[in-house]
Design a binder for this molecule. Structure first.
Ligand SMILES: *Cc1c(COP(=O)(O)O)cnc(C)c1O
Length: 236
């Protein structure tokens, strides 16, 4: 077994015990393997361990990997999530290649992704990225603006709003992590009440360093890179 496969087993059991500890149902959290900067061989190792959902941050790198797997391993049926910041001049390749986008933070991006989504594909599954920590992270929309953006997205036929995503400030202590995640969880609750017709079922939160707190706060999708693939080398 490769070390990547062992890591996936390890993370999967960590997810199960975190769920059990707070009395949540088994399998109520999906594992998204964040493969940015990692070679296709690493993704293949993970896929052979049964992993199907992968997250990428850089448009060109992601599009290249998607094309490679569509060509060489169509049987794996990988599902690709775009989780990086989106510039408006890069929306087209995102709309044409990915199944999910986690990082919608303004109307212009939502509108462009909708207009550029090929109608032969299913609607793009999208999340609104919220800046819950206010200061540190500059990406994500302010909480008060989420409702207006959700309203717009719900009117766009080629996008399906599934929920919220955040990347809280990187803090080591569990209570602070939990507080930030609960803030997103409560916002999602209010959003679901406001838009009961939308089936908002996704809270994308939790990474290698704060996964347990995210799960306790109600995460349904954890985005794990380092704990699966090892540290990233951005100089390659
Ligand atoms: C890189 C990245 C991750 C994975 O982070 P790790 O700490 O390596 O698990 C998760 N989410 C986003 C948005 C990222 O950019």
């Amino acid at each position: 077994m490769s070390s990547i496969q062992q890591n996936i087993e390890q993370i999967t059991s960590q997810i199960s015990s975190a769920l059990q500890k707070c009395g949540r149902a088994r399998d109520s959290v999906q594992l998204l393997a964040v493969s940015k900067t990692k070679p296709t061989q690493a993704i293949l190792d993970a896929a052979l361990a049964g992993q199907t959902a992968f997250g990428e941050n850089y448009v060109q790198e992601g599009v290249d990997k998607i094309a490679y797997f569509a060509q060489s391993h169509p049987e794996l049926e990988l599902v690709w999530h775009f989780i990086g910041p989106i510039q408006s001049n890069k929306t087209r390749p995102v709309a044409e290649n990915f199944a999910w986008v986690h990082t919608i933070d303004r109307a212009k991006i939502a509108q462009r992704l909708n207009d550029q989504r090929p109608t032969c594909l299913p609607p793009l599954q999208v999340l609104i990225q919220v800046n819950t920590s206010g200061e540190e992270s500059k990406s994500g929309i302010e909480e008060e603006q989420v409702f207006e953006l959700a309203e717009l997205i719900s009117s766009l036929p080629n996008l399906t709003l599934r929920g919220l995503m955040s990347i809280p400030a990187n803090v080591p202590d569990y209570p602070s992590q939990l507080r930030a995640f609960k803030q997103l969880s409560e916002l999602k609750h209010r959003l679901s009440e406001r838009f009961p017709q939308l089936n908002l079922d996704t809270l994308s939160m939790g990474m290698s360093g704060d996964m347990d707190a995210a799960i306790e706060a109600g995460s349904t999708m954890v985005r794990i890179g380092t704990a699966i693939f090892g540290a990233r080398d951005y100089n390659k």
